[in-house]
Design a protein around this ligand. Sequence first.
Ligand SMILES: *Cc1c(COP(=O)(O)O)cnc(C)c1O
Length: 315
Amino acid sequence: MFVPMHLQIPSPVDALTDPLFDQKKIQVFVKRDDLIHPIISGNKWRKLKYLLQKASQNNQKTILTYGGAYSNHLLATAEACRLLGFNAVGIVRGEEQENHTLNYCRAAGMQLIFVTRSEYKDKESCLKHYVPKPDEHIVVLPEGGATPEGFAGCKEILAECAQKFDHIFCAAGTGTTAAGLYAYIKENDLKSTLNVVPVLKEGAFIRKEIERYLPTDEKVQVHTQYHGGGYGKTNSELVQFIVRFYQKHRILLDQVYTAKMMYGLYQLVEQDYFTPNSSILAIHTGGLYGLLSIGDKLSAIDPHFTQILRSLEPK
Ligand SMILES: *Cc1c(COP(=O)(O)O)cnc(C)c1O
């Protein structure tokens, strides 16, 4: 597709070194989808790619989508629309407010419409309210970019990896990324187990979400105990983990998704979940811009974070 922006695709795979991994005789790698683009990062580009391509081919000019006040999907959509020349409309859950994510969306030219939590639940009526007549020039994307096109884009993550892994790890919100990863594993007869870390409470539902796309079996393991208090919730242990992980590996993790996945992975390593000689690939699905909202907490633990987080702000 014609993309007037630099995207680092294929994204690199980095090996993590840690005495713990040596002790347990395992190897851990990270697929750095966080490096795809500073704002349209991780799985959000994977999920938008075919949708925006289709919209462009159909000459559709406006992309309308939904998200919470800290939504990486809104942020990525706003920036992609700015760079690709689409109009963008974001329907945002909750009261009008300012934060790094929403400010960026506004600056990128996205029109934000705030609706109450109860209004937000009924996406159809939100839409009718703001777009009274069906308009073929408007593309409506569901929350989180959860679509068959998004699923297709996420299949491409593992297609970029030449090496084979015993375990793949990903964080899950809607499960679209997990479904794409698992579809690639199945279609290519890989022996990898897919380990899914839901970031919401009571995350067992994520298997049903994956099964909207394809059947699952014991090769999909859902680890429901690492949600850290629920969606968007953090605790001091998780914040500490983000700082220590960065100090050790020079890789940032976001508090909503990837830190929960990586924390879970470390817990499982310590519990001898993996047999010796296992190789593990964790998908870094990006979302780092959201770290700005906990900048104070990170800098309180390690003052270097003031500078480190500055690098997330676009030049
Ligand atoms: C949106 C998001 C996810 C969740 O992806 P799903 O496909 O909805 O499960 C994971 N990680 C990051 C960083 C995200 O922004």
